[in-house]
Each structure stands twice: as C-alpha cells, then as structure tokens.
Design a protein around this ligand. Structure first.
Ligand SMILES: [Zn+2]
Length: 92
C-alpha cells in the first residue's frame, strides 16, 4: 500500500532540499569533473584527490589539446586557399 500523505511529505522534503541548494545554504564548492565528488573551490585542476580521477583528467586534457590542434589544422586547410584566392583577386 502506498501512503499518499507520506509520498507528499517526501516530495516536499525533496523540494526543500532542492530549494535549499539553490538558495546557497551549501557552502561554495566545486565538483570533481570526473566523479562529481565535492572538492574545494580552490582545487586546480578541477578533480578530487583520487589517482584515477587525476589520470582521467590528464587524459581528457590531452585529448582536448589534440582536438583543438586538429580543428586548427582543419580550419587552416580551408582558410589558406580561401585567403590566397582572396589575395589573388585583390591583387589581380
Ligand atoms: Zn574524482
């Protein structure tokens, strides 16, 4: 049997918790970007002290760097002919 009043109470409690979080009752903190564990605001890089998270973060950062370089090269491949064509038109 489901007690409707209990369910309502629980929902209210959950809502209060949510509102409490939003209104800043929780001291400022960040979350580990890997496991979402709360960490100090000053933490840098934004990971907890777990070795797996530190390693994962390093891997992610390396991946991001690679992606950025790849995008730069990709963009360059398109931009250079375009710029050359534009320059040729301006000069010619
Ligand atoms: Zn973590």
């Amino acid at each position: 049997m489901v007690d409707a009043r209990k369910v309502k109470e629980m929902a209210a409690k959950k809502a209060n918790q949510f509102i409490g979080n939003v209104s800043g009752k929780v001291p400022p903190h960040k979350h580990c970007r890997i496991c979402q564990e709360p960490i100090p605001v000053a933490a840098d890089p934004r990971v907890c002290k777990q070795q797996t998270c530190i390693e994962q973060n390093e891997k992610d950062e390396k991946n991001q760097k690679t992606v950025r370089i790849a995008m730069f090269v990709f963009f360059g491949l398109f931009a250079i002919p375009y710029i050359l064509a534009l320059a040729a038109r301006v000069m010619g």
